[in-house]
Each structure stands twice: as structure tokens, then as C-alpha cells.
Design a binder for this molecule. Sequence first.
Ligand code: ADP
Length: 330
Amino acid sequence: MTAWYLLIIMLISGSFSVVMYNLHSHELDRVEQAHRARQNQFFILRSDVPPQSMPRHIIINADIIEEAKNRLKTMLILINLGILGTSSVVGYFLAGRTLKPIQTMVDEQNRFITDASHELRTPITSLRTEIEVNLRDKKVSKDARKLLESNLEDVKNLQMLSDNLIKLTQYQNTARTAFTSVALKDVIDDACQKVANLAKHKKITIENSVREYALVANKQSLTEAFVILLDNAIKYSPNNASVIVGSKPMGQSVVVVIKDEGIGIDKEDIPHLFDRFYRADTSRTKKDVEGFGLGLSIAKQIIDNHHGTISVKSTVGKGSTFSIQLPRKQ
Ligand code: ADP
């Protein structure tokens, strides 16, 4: 926002300076021309006077005009630099003031979500425990067992939702705390390990060729981001497919690529994928795969906290490739 304020101010001030400079140069040229005409007239009238004996005010000095123009240019540049410095400070202050109510509202909204999710956690946990205890009871009839099993699924989903909401707000409030030197390979190996059971269940092979790169990161949260991406790659792939995880250097960063051969994502859905609660409208997605559309928002928040970027390319029916760019340790 400060940059926008600055850009507008500098555009106005810059244009004003150019106009001022042109007007003054024009005026100086006009004065020079008038002076030169007077000098020529004097030469004609007093041709007997040698040039060195001419009165000083008649001799035209082009250097003085040029010097005046240069001085004007320097002055305008200095004034503009002054305006730039002052408006950077004032702009930063004003932008802060303008954004403060929005920031307060977002903070309050996040606090509400965290508080509500925490409040829900205890009853959901006890509900889950009670259902599990009842399911262990051999006297429970077949119909009641079916009902309890379906209740247990719903309760597990609710628990996952409240946990994800807490995680999302928690990562939104996390500054660069607990960042240490971390090996990218360890992070990806851990993440692959965590999704190994899910992959095995669907007979999906994960081909991990990520190399050693040092990062400054929060290992636990970064692992969580890659678990979300790998989990999606597996969830949205058919059985017996492959998921490829690779890495390549890019300037001062490293790019991790997660490529799957799954159902793919429609072009129209891609811009919204990282929004909270967004689930692509592929009929199979919503029917067959559990989820709340929070995973990618959490992953993006974590990558943002690491000053990285995440992007996706996908073709429906062929698969998706997520690319995560992270700055390397310098
Ligand atoms: P969800 O819990 O629904 O998986 P996410 O935020 O992780 O939530 O993902 C949002 C949506 O993006 C998903 O519902 C799915 O439609 C789509 N998506 C994410 N990853 C993939 C993938 N690898 N292949 C196909 N679709 C994906």
C-alpha cells in the first residue's frame, strides 16, 4: 500500500518537475535570444568598439544560461528526493493507519475461529471416546453398530475440521519463530514416511529424488505442508499410480515439484484452490474423497511463512504438478 501511495505521489511530483523544468528552460532560452538580439544591435550601431571593450552587460554568456539550467535540474532532483523520503515515511504511517481496522477485524475473526474450535474439541473428543467404547460392547445390535460406525465417521470428520481450523489460524499468526537450519531432504523423507500407509493402501509408489539443500525453516510446519500436498496427490490419484517428488535449484532458491497422475484440476478451479473451504467441483472429488478444502490454505500459509511460493499446473484426467519454491540458506 505504501508503494502505491509512493508511486502516485512520485508520478505527480515527477510530472510537475518535468513541466517546471521545461517552462524555466524555455524562459531562459527566450531571455538568451532577447539578449543576443540586443548584442547584435549593439555590434551594428557601435562597430567601431572592439569586442574586448564592450560593456559587460552586453556580452552574452552561454555558460551562465547552461549553468542556470543545470542548477534548476539539480534542485528539482533534490526536491523530488526529499518528497520521496518524506512521503515514504508518511505513506508507511498512513498505510498502517488505514490497514489497522482491517488487521484488527482479521485478528478478531481468527481468534473467534480458534476459540470456537478449541471449545468444540473437548465435547468432540468425549463423543468419540463414548462411541468407540460402545462399539467395543458385544451386546450392541447390528443396526445400532452400523449407526454408531457412521456417527464415528462424522465425529472424526468434525475433529479433523476443528484441528485444521486451529492449524490454519495458528500458522497465520506464526512469525519466523523457531526457524532453524533444516535439510530439505529430511523434511521430504519425513513427509513421505507420514503418507506411506495411505500410499500403500492405494498401491501408489512415491518416487522421491529430492536432493540435499539447506533451508532456514520450521521443520515441523514445513513437513506438514508437504504431507498435505503428498496426501492430496495420493487422494486424487487412482490405485497403482505414481507420485513423483523432485527438486531443482533456481537461483538462491530450490523448487520442489510434486507430480501426480490423478484426476487433475479444472482451469477454472485453479485460481481458487488456495482459498479456505474451496473444493474443486469435479464430481468425483466431492463424492469420493473426504476433505474440507482447508489443506491447501494451510500449506500455502506455511509456505508464505517461509517466504516461498506455491503454484500448480494441471490437466483434467492427466494429473497435477505442484511447484514449491523456497529460499535456500545463504
Ligand atoms: P481437501 O481437503 O478437499 O483435499 P485441499 O485444500 O487440500 O482440500 O484441496 C482443495 C481442492 O483442490 C480439493 O478439494 C481438490 O478438488 C483439489 N486438489 C488438490 N490437490 C489436488 C490434486 N493433487 N489433484 C487433483 N485435485 C486436487
